[in-house]
Write a protein that binds this ligand. Structure first.
Ligand SMILES: NC(=O)c1ccc[n+]([C@@H]2O[C@H](COP(=O)([O-])OP(=O)(O)OC[C@H]3O[C@@H](n4cnc5c(N)ncnc54)[C@H](O)[C@@H]3O)[C@@H](O)[C@H]2O)c1
Ligand SMILES: [Zn+2]
Ligand SMILES: [Zn+2]
Length: 385
């Protein structure tokens, strides 16, 4: 089969690999019909995530058709159309029993922190991902759901990560009626977080980024006020000015460890590797939220230390909520919002690129060229693509 393969920082290509086999009675093999590239894939592509091995296939946002099932799989059949959450999880350990699917204890030898994620390096279990023609899906009765007949494959694909994560980011912001919510980052995750914040009662939503075409999308798609941080000397002072000098009630970090906006942080992380990432957005969140406010972090940070202003968070009495998204936990509510049209996930799809050309898709997404927000990857099994 054809699969995307990592060859080193900024180098990916399509290679022939063996079609994955059933390795455990509870596995399924899914034939991928749509995959996407996520901002998280860029951290791998840029060589920022430890233990990203040559030959690994990325891709944790995908849907497809069940191709084969193991003998212990009860609820899926060959031919079923399925959406697969980005988390690999067992559904029955201490953590899964508490809804912490992204912290499952049974799926990752490094599971002291994160659980399993498809295509996301050996720090999350080393599972090959869905930017391929086929993918092995462990615990097939637990993770995947059948795609309802009213849901398009494009919409379903974005529900396996970007939409679920944006919605989760807003949900763990504990937004109260009338709150001022600032969203840092206008990628797919930030835009969905901004849109979701309204559904949770926000009184104002302000999106911050430095890419004008994404800020335009924040205005038209998420109906938010926008700030281009490159046009302001101090974005934290601006956030204060916009909020009666109090600060926002809730700030959502939808940027993560490769934030721009501070040269020193960039040099000490990406260049010198003195810290695991540049926590510029997270520090802006801590500084820009009001005392007693909530910072929600869905932007991804790796396992290595970075210079976060923890003392200020403590002294301001902040609530910090964060996690990798427990995707399937978000689905029941999201199905309602998508079915009744409050959220249209595919509105953020900007590109549709065949798997053969995935290197070009990574380049577009990484360099943010051609208005790229969410590229979908299609395979020979895609219909209507
Ligand atoms: N927690 C989870 O489960 C989860 C799931 C999906 C994605 N993520 C993470 O969420 C983040 C966003 O994902 P995405 O797909 O939207 O990525 P993306 O790369 O498309 O978007 C990131 C945006 O942040 C902007 N940005 C950079 N520095 C900034 C700053 N200092 N302030 C404000 N904006 C800034 C960029 O210009 C870009 O538009 C990534 O870190 C990704 O790894 C986490
Ligand atoms: Zn992702
Ligand atoms: Zn578990």
């Amino acid at each position: 089969m054809k699969a995307m393969v990592y060859r080193g920082p900024y180098k990916v290509r399509v290679e022939d690999k063996d079609v994955p086999r059933i390795e455990h009675p509870r596995d399924a093999v899914v034939r991928v019909t749509r995959a996407a590239i996520c901002g998280s894939d860029l951290h791998l592509y840029h060589g920022m995530m430890p233990d990203t091995r040559i030959g690994h296939t990325f891709g944790h946002e995908f849907v497809g058709v069940v191709h084969e099932v193991g003998p212990a799989v009860e609820h899926l059949q060959v031919g079923d159309r399925v959406m697969v959450p980005f988390n690999v999880f067992c559904g029955s350990c201490f953590f899964c029993a508490r809804g912490l699917y992204s912290n499952c204890h049974n799926v990752n030898p490094n599971a002291t922190a994160v659980g399993g994620i498809y295509g996301y390096s050996h720090t999350t279990g080393g599972y090959d991902g869905g930017q391929a023609e086929f993918v092995r899906v462990p615990f097939a009765d637990v993770g995947p759901s059948l795609i309802p007949e009213w849901l398009s494959e494009d919409d379903a694909t974005l529900m396996t990560d970007a939409l679920a994560t944006g919605y989760f980011g807003a949900a763990i912001g504990d937004i109260v009626e009338g709150d001022v919510v600032v969203v840092l980052g206008a990628g797919a995750v930030g835009l969905f977080a901004a849109k979701s914040a309204w559904l949770m009662g926000a009184g104002r939503v302000i999106v911050v980024d430095h890419l004008d075409e994404r800020l335009e999308k924040a205005r038209t798609f998420a109906h938010a006020e926008t700030v281009n941080f490159a046009e302001h000397k101090d974005v934290v002072v601006l956030m204060k000015r916009m909020t009666d000098h109090l600060g926002a009630d809730v700030v959502i970090d939808a940027v993560g460890a490769e934030a721009d906006g501070n040269l020193l942080q960039h040099v000490t992380s990406a260049k010198l590797k003195l810290q695991g990432g540049s926590p510029v957005a997270l520090n802006w969140a801590i500084d820009g939220v009001r005392k007693g406010g909530t910072v929600s972090v869905v932007g991804a940070y790796g396992p290595i230390f970075s210079q976060v202003k923890f003392g200020d968070a403590l002294n301001k009495g902040l609530t910090l909520n964060m996690n990798q998204t427990p995707v399937k936990k978000m689905w029941p509510r999201l199905f309602e919002h998508v079915r009744n049209g409050h959220l249209v996930p595919s509105d953020l799809v900007t590109h549709r690129i065949p798997l053969e050309h995935i290197a070009e898709a990574y380049h577009l997404m990484s360099a943010k060229l051609d208005g790229c927000i969410k590229p979908l990857i299609t395979t020979d099994a895609s219909q209507g693509a």
